[in-house]
Design a protein around this ligand. Structure first.
Ligand code: ADP
Ligand code: MG
Length: 335
């Protein structure tokens, strides 16, 4: 890369801030070689996922750098979790404009260190570049899963129950607070929702435990309804969701009861990083036990149906009266 005016050289940055994050992983060679080696445990598949986040698109340029780092890592861990994989390592491609200084990189690396402790993953390599454009943080995460056991989007069957982990819509409302000045009933709710936008909670303990219970899984990044449609399309089924069952946090509930039109943001907003999955009715008891064990709520929100020839798309959402809700970019309306 070309040298930054405000940053030390590339190799100093790597040795000062990134090499310490590679200490616990022998195959990273202390970030002193050209490539890294990952040896999955015997009888396991290596699972890989990459996601980039871009300043001004996925985070706000003045967001705290440690939270930017942790979000960049966590959105990848969320995909691994939704596939039943246990995370082990990640690579980091960091593209920085000249406006970024060393303190930013130091705080960024502190955020990574914190989450490495939380999730048991290690930095094993990457690339560092400068740009005339916005900050780009591209992470590739690696995990492992027992051979052939990866959870797939395809596999939902007619009669399955649709479940979602945690709560839905918090991040979309948090972004609306930051970006559009959405008013909330109280400040504690606002802080909670903004935190959920800035710092997703990948369901790493839950995901691997869904192997043998779930028939299809996806992590919610586009929005509950859009991501459910992805499951339905590849599984060639349809879905009915009962809006009143969708789990909302107390903060989201407060916002929606003050302004019911905000429900659309909860159901279609995205950035939730919860696991949406289907499972046969017989799994209900095991799922209730699992939710208690991993301390993550699991809520049934609907059911899988056969594809209708004359349907309004594959996913129908019903209100508490059983009437269909229609979504548009403006929000939802009754028929
Ligand atoms: P190369 O010249 O072979 O592309 P680099 O000079 O880009 O290698 O990087 C040297 C070492 O530092 C490599 O092991 C690389 O994986 C690591 N590295 C570079 N940038 C980063 C980063 N942002 N995060 C983690 N490791 C990095
Ligand atoms: Mg390079």
């Amino acid at each position: 890369m070309t040298r930054h005016s405000t940053l030390p050289g590339e190799f100093q940055l790597i040795s000062r801030y990134f090499a310490p994050l590679a200490k616990g992983f022998p195959g990273a060679f202390g970030l002193l070689d050209d490539a890294a080696v990952i040896v999955p445990a015997a009888g396991h598949d290596l699972v890989a996922k990459t996601d980039a986040i871009v300043g001004g698109v996925h985070f706000l340029p003045d967001d705290p750098p440690d939270l930017v780092a942790r979000k960049a890592l966590r959105v990848n861990l969320s995909d691994l979790a939704a596939k039943g994989a246990i995370p082990r390592a990640y690579m980091l491609d960091l593209v920085l404009p000249g406006s970024v200084d060393e303190e930013w990189v130091a705080a960024f690396a502190r955020g990574l260190a914190q989450d490495q402790g939380e999730y048991g993953v290690h930095l094993i390599g990457g690339d560092t570049d400068s740009t005339p454009g916005p900050i780009v943080v591209a992470i590739m995460a690696f995990g492992e899963v027992a051979s052939g056991q990866l959870l797939r989007r395809r596999g939902a069957r007619v009669g399955d129950i649709i479940y979602v982990s945690g709560t839905v819509g918090d991040a979309a409302l948090g972004l609306a607070i930051l970006r559009d000045g959405l008013a909330t009933p109280d400040e504690i709710s606002a802080a909670f929702l903004v935190e959920r936008y800035r710092l997703p909670l990948p369901r790493v303990a839950l995901g691997p435990r869904l192997i043998a219970l779930a028939s299809a899984t996806i992590d919610i990044s586009d929005g509950l309804i859009a991501d459910l449609r992805h499951i339905c399309e590849v599984s060639d089924v349809a879905a009915i969701v009962e809006a009143s069952r969708i789990p909302l946090s107390p903060a989201a509930r407060a916002v929606v009861s003050a302004d019911p039109a905000r429900l659309a943001a909860a159901l279609t907003g995205g950035d939730d990083y919860e696991i949406l999955f289907t499972a046969p009715p017989a799994a209900a008891g095991s799922l209730a036990d699992l939710a208690r064990e991993v301390a993550v709520p699991i809520t049934a929100i609907g059911r899988v149906t056969a594809t209708a020839t004359e349907s309004h798309g594959r996913v129908s959402t019903l209100n508490a009266m059983g009437e269909p809700l229609l979504f548009s970019t403006e929000g939802w309306t009754h028929f």
